[in-house]
Design a binder for this molecule. Structure first.
Ligand SMILES: C[S@@+](CC[C@H](N)C(=O)[O-])C[C@H]1O[C@@H](n2cnc3c(N)ncnc32)[C@H](O)[C@@H]1O
Length: 222
Protein backbone atom coordinates (compact mmCIF):
# COMPACT_ATOMS: atom_id res chain seq x y z
CA UNK A 1 0.00 0.00 0.00
CA UNK A 2 1.10 3.56 -0.57
CA UNK A 3 -0.27 6.43 1.48
CA UNK A 4 -0.75 9.56 -0.60
CA UNK A 5 -1.97 13.06 0.32
CA UNK A 6 -5.70 13.74 0.54
CA UNK A 7 -5.28 16.12 -2.42
CA UNK A 8 -3.89 13.36 -4.66
CA UNK A 9 -6.25 10.76 -3.22
CA UNK A 10 -9.26 12.94 -4.09
CA UNK A 11 -7.96 13.44 -7.63
CA UNK A 12 -7.39 9.67 -7.90
CA UNK A 13 -10.99 9.01 -6.83
CA UNK A 14 -12.22 10.51 -10.14
CA UNK A 15 -10.15 8.10 -12.26
CA UNK A 16 -12.54 5.48 -13.63
CA UNK A 17 -12.18 1.78 -12.90
CA UNK A 18 -10.21 0.03 -15.65
CA UNK A 19 -8.86 3.34 -16.99
CA UNK A 20 -5.66 3.88 -18.88
CA UNK A 21 -4.45 6.89 -16.94
CA UNK A 22 -1.89 9.51 -17.92
CA UNK A 23 -0.41 11.52 -15.07
CA UNK A 24 1.05 14.68 -16.56
CA UNK A 25 3.68 16.36 -14.36
CA UNK A 26 3.88 13.15 -12.37
CA UNK A 27 7.04 14.04 -10.39
CA UNK A 28 7.30 11.08 -7.94
CA UNK A 29 4.61 9.03 -9.79
CA UNK A 30 2.73 8.49 -6.51
CA UNK A 31 -0.67 8.90 -8.16
CA UNK A 32 -0.30 6.18 -10.84
CA UNK A 33 1.49 3.90 -8.32
CA UNK A 34 -1.37 4.33 -5.85
CA UNK A 35 -3.98 3.60 -8.55
CA UNK A 36 -2.10 0.51 -9.77
CA UNK A 37 -1.71 -0.84 -6.22
CA UNK A 38 -5.44 -0.33 -5.71
CA UNK A 39 -6.03 -2.38 -8.91
CA UNK A 40 -8.09 0.49 -10.22
CA UNK A 41 -6.39 0.93 -13.58
CA UNK A 42 -5.35 -1.17 -16.56
CA UNK A 43 -2.22 0.83 -17.43
CA UNK A 44 -0.61 4.17 -16.65
CA UNK A 45 1.76 6.65 -18.20
CA UNK A 46 3.76 8.75 -15.77
CA UNK A 47 4.91 11.76 -17.76
CA UNK A 48 6.98 14.80 -16.87
CA UNK A 49 8.84 17.48 -18.77
CA UNK A 50 11.95 17.13 -16.58
CA UNK A 51 14.48 14.31 -16.39
CA UNK A 52 14.93 14.60 -12.56
CA UNK A 53 11.27 13.81 -11.71
CA UNK A 54 11.19 11.00 -14.28
CA UNK A 55 14.20 9.23 -12.77
CA UNK A 56 12.54 9.58 -9.33
CA UNK A 57 9.32 8.20 -10.86
CA UNK A 58 11.19 5.23 -12.40
CA UNK A 59 12.83 4.39 -9.05
CA UNK A 60 9.46 4.45 -7.26
CA UNK A 61 7.72 2.42 -9.98
CA UNK A 62 10.43 -0.28 -9.77
CA UNK A 63 10.30 -0.24 -5.96
CA UNK A 64 6.64 -1.29 -6.18
CA UNK A 65 7.29 -3.80 -9.03
CA UNK A 66 5.01 -1.90 -11.38
CA UNK A 67 7.32 -1.63 -14.42
CA UNK A 68 4.89 -3.72 -16.46
CA UNK A 69 1.91 -1.51 -15.59
CA UNK A 70 3.32 2.03 -15.60
CA UNK A 71 5.27 3.50 -18.53
CA UNK A 72 7.29 6.67 -18.08
CA UNK A 73 7.84 9.37 -20.62
CA UNK A 74 9.59 12.72 -20.82
CA UNK A 75 7.33 15.15 -22.65
CA UNK A 76 6.04 18.69 -22.52
CA UNK A 77 2.42 18.55 -21.39
CA UNK A 78 0.33 16.28 -23.60
CA UNK A 79 2.80 16.10 -26.51
CA UNK A 80 2.71 12.62 -28.02
CA UNK A 81 0.15 11.33 -25.49
CA UNK A 82 -2.13 9.86 -28.20
CA UNK A 83 0.23 6.95 -28.73
CA UNK A 84 -0.66 5.66 -25.24
CA UNK A 85 -4.44 6.18 -25.77
CA UNK A 86 -5.18 7.25 -22.18
CA UNK A 87 -8.84 7.40 -21.17
CA UNK A 88 -8.28 9.50 -18.04
CA UNK A 89 -5.75 12.33 -17.85
CA UNK A 90 -4.65 13.79 -14.53
CA UNK A 91 -2.83 17.12 -14.20
CA UNK A 92 -2.21 18.03 -10.56
CA UNK A 93 0.00 20.48 -8.72
CA UNK A 94 0.62 22.96 -11.54
CA UNK A 95 -0.50 26.57 -11.94
CA UNK A 96 -3.87 27.09 -13.63
CA UNK A 97 -2.24 29.10 -16.42
CA UNK A 98 0.16 26.25 -17.26
CA UNK A 99 -2.70 23.73 -17.19
CA UNK A 100 -4.59 25.91 -19.71
CA UNK A 101 -1.48 26.06 -21.95
CA UNK A 102 -1.16 22.28 -21.81
CA UNK A 103 -4.85 21.71 -22.62
CA UNK A 104 -4.86 24.32 -25.40
CA UNK A 105 -2.12 22.52 -27.28
CA UNK A 106 -3.90 19.15 -27.39
CA UNK A 107 -6.65 17.93 -29.70
CA UNK A 108 -6.56 14.43 -28.18
CA UNK A 109 -8.44 15.57 -25.06
CA UNK A 110 -11.48 16.49 -27.18
CA UNK A 111 -12.01 12.85 -28.18
CA UNK A 112 -15.27 11.42 -26.88
CA UNK A 113 -15.05 9.80 -23.47
CA UNK A 114 -11.72 11.29 -22.40
CA UNK A 115 -11.84 12.46 -18.81
CA UNK A 116 -9.66 15.25 -17.40
CA UNK A 117 -8.91 15.50 -13.69
CA UNK A 118 -7.29 18.82 -12.87
CA UNK A 119 -5.94 20.30 -9.66
CA UNK A 120 -4.64 23.82 -10.23
CA UNK A 121 -2.45 25.46 -7.57
CA UNK A 122 -3.41 28.97 -8.74
CA UNK A 123 -5.80 30.74 -11.15
CA UNK A 124 -8.72 28.35 -10.65
CA UNK A 125 -11.18 30.91 -12.00
CA UNK A 126 -9.14 31.40 -15.17
CA UNK A 127 -8.94 27.64 -15.69
CA UNK A 128 -12.74 27.32 -15.38
CA UNK A 129 -13.12 30.27 -17.76
CA UNK A 130 -11.15 28.25 -20.31
CA UNK A 131 -13.00 25.01 -19.59
CA UNK A 132 -16.45 26.57 -20.04
CA UNK A 133 -15.67 26.68 -23.77
CA UNK A 134 -16.60 23.09 -24.50
CA UNK A 135 -16.05 21.07 -21.33
CA UNK A 136 -18.72 19.99 -18.89
CA UNK A 137 -18.14 19.55 -15.18
CA UNK A 138 -18.51 15.93 -14.05
CA UNK A 139 -17.45 16.54 -10.46
CA UNK A 140 -15.64 19.05 -8.29
CA UNK A 141 -14.19 18.83 -4.84
CA UNK A 142 -12.25 20.85 -2.28
CA UNK A 143 -9.48 19.63 0.01
CA UNK A 144 -8.00 21.52 2.95
CA UNK A 145 -4.49 20.27 3.58
CA UNK A 146 -1.27 21.82 4.93
CA UNK A 147 -3.19 25.01 5.61
CA UNK A 148 -4.17 25.38 1.96
CA UNK A 149 -7.36 24.92 0.00
CA UNK A 150 -7.08 22.82 -3.15
CA UNK A 151 -9.80 22.54 -5.78
CA UNK A 152 -10.13 19.40 -7.89
CA UNK A 153 -12.02 19.67 -11.17
CA UNK A 154 -13.15 16.70 -13.24
CA UNK A 155 -14.44 17.46 -16.76
CA UNK A 156 -15.18 15.86 -20.12
CA UNK A 157 -15.40 17.52 -23.53
CA UNK A 158 -18.90 17.99 -24.98
CA UNK A 159 -18.24 20.94 -27.32
CA UNK A 160 -20.98 23.05 -25.70
CA UNK A 161 -20.10 26.63 -24.76
CA UNK A 162 -21.32 27.63 -21.30
CA UNK A 163 -21.49 31.09 -19.80
CA UNK A 164 -20.96 30.96 -16.09
CA UNK A 165 -21.10 33.93 -13.75
CA UNK A 166 -17.95 35.16 -11.99
CA UNK A 167 -19.12 33.48 -8.79
CA UNK A 168 -19.72 30.15 -10.57
CA UNK A 169 -16.26 30.38 -12.14
CA UNK A 170 -14.62 31.11 -8.79
CA UNK A 171 -16.43 28.40 -6.83
CA UNK A 172 -17.42 25.81 -9.43
CA UNK A 173 -21.00 24.80 -10.26
CA UNK A 174 -20.61 21.34 -8.74
CA UNK A 175 -19.12 22.73 -5.52
CA UNK A 176 -22.07 25.16 -5.31
CA UNK A 177 -24.54 22.31 -5.94
CA UNK A 178 -22.83 20.09 -3.34
CA UNK A 179 -22.86 22.83 -0.68
CA UNK A 180 -21.89 21.81 2.85
CA UNK A 181 -18.62 22.39 4.67
CA UNK A 182 -16.50 22.28 1.52
CA UNK A 183 -18.45 25.13 -0.07
CA UNK A 184 -18.28 27.00 3.24
CA UNK A 185 -14.46 26.72 3.21
CA UNK A 186 -14.34 28.13 -0.31
CA UNK A 187 -16.77 30.92 0.55
CA UNK A 188 -14.83 31.88 3.70
CA UNK A 189 -11.61 32.17 1.71
CA UNK A 190 -13.16 34.04 -1.21
CA UNK A 191 -15.10 36.51 0.95
CA UNK A 192 -11.93 37.23 2.95
CA UNK A 193 -10.08 37.95 -0.30
CA UNK A 194 -12.89 40.22 -1.55
CA UNK A 195 -13.12 42.07 1.79
CA UNK A 196 -9.38 42.77 1.64
CA UNK A 197 -9.84 44.14 -1.89
CA UNK A 198 -12.83 46.20 -0.71
CA UNK A 199 -10.73 47.78 2.05
CA UNK A 200 -8.01 48.59 -0.48
CA UNK A 201 -10.61 50.20 -2.78
CA UNK A 202 -11.99 52.25 0.11
CA UNK A 203 -8.52 53.47 1.08
CA UNK A 204 -7.78 54.35 -2.53
CA UNK A 205 -11.07 56.22 -2.91
CA UNK A 206 -12.31 53.91 -5.68
CA UNK A 207 -15.93 52.98 -6.43
CA UNK A 208 -16.79 49.97 -4.24
CA UNK A 209 -20.35 49.32 -5.56
CA UNK A 210 -19.51 46.21 -7.59
CA UNK A 211 -17.34 44.53 -5.02
CA UNK A 212 -19.87 45.18 -2.24
CA UNK A 213 -22.56 43.58 -4.44
CA UNK A 214 -20.30 40.56 -5.05
CA UNK A 215 -19.77 40.08 -1.30
CA UNK A 216 -23.54 40.23 -0.69
CA UNK A 217 -24.13 37.63 -3.44
CA UNK A 218 -21.44 35.35 -2.02
CA UNK A 219 -22.91 35.57 1.50
CA UNK A 220 -26.28 34.41 0.14
CA UNK A 221 -24.64 31.05 -0.76
CA UNK A 222 -23.96 30.06 2.88
C1 LIG B 1 4.64 20.43 -8.10
S1 LIG B 1 4.93 19.04 -9.12
C2 LIG B 1 3.39 18.18 -8.97
C3 LIG B 1 3.62 16.71 -8.82
C4 LIG B 1 2.35 15.89 -8.73
N1 LIG B 1 1.57 15.96 -9.94
C5 LIG B 1 1.53 16.31 -7.54
O1 LIG B 1 0.50 16.98 -7.73
O2 LIG B 1 1.91 16.02 -6.40
C6 LIG B 1 4.83 19.68 -10.75
C7 LIG B 1 5.50 18.76 -11.78
O3 LIG B 1 5.11 19.20 -13.07
C8 LIG B 1 6.21 19.09 -13.93
N2 LIG B 1 5.96 19.98 -15.08
C9 LIG B 1 6.05 21.33 -15.11
N3 LIG B 1 5.73 21.79 -16.34
C10 LIG B 1 5.39 20.71 -17.08
C11 LIG B 1 4.97 20.53 -18.43
N4 LIG B 1 4.82 21.56 -19.25
N5 LIG B 1 4.73 19.27 -18.86
C12 LIG B 1 4.89 18.21 -18.04
N6 LIG B 1 5.30 18.32 -16.75
C13 LIG B 1 5.55 19.55 -16.29
C14 LIG B 1 7.41 19.46 -13.07
O4 LIG B 1 8.62 18.96 -13.59
C15 LIG B 1 7.01 18.80 -11.74
O5 LIG B 1 7.54 17.50 -11.63
Amino acid sequence: MLKISERLCTAASYVRDGAVVADIGTDHAYLPIYLALENKITRAIASDVNEGPISKARENISKYNLDNTIDTCIANGLDGINKYSPTDIVICGMGGELIVQILESSEYIKKQGIRLILQPMTMVKELREYLQNGYSAIAENVVFEDNKLYQIICVEYDGIIKQYSDIQLELGIKNIENGGDKLKMLLDALIKKKEKKLNGFKLGGYDTTDIEKEIIELKKLY
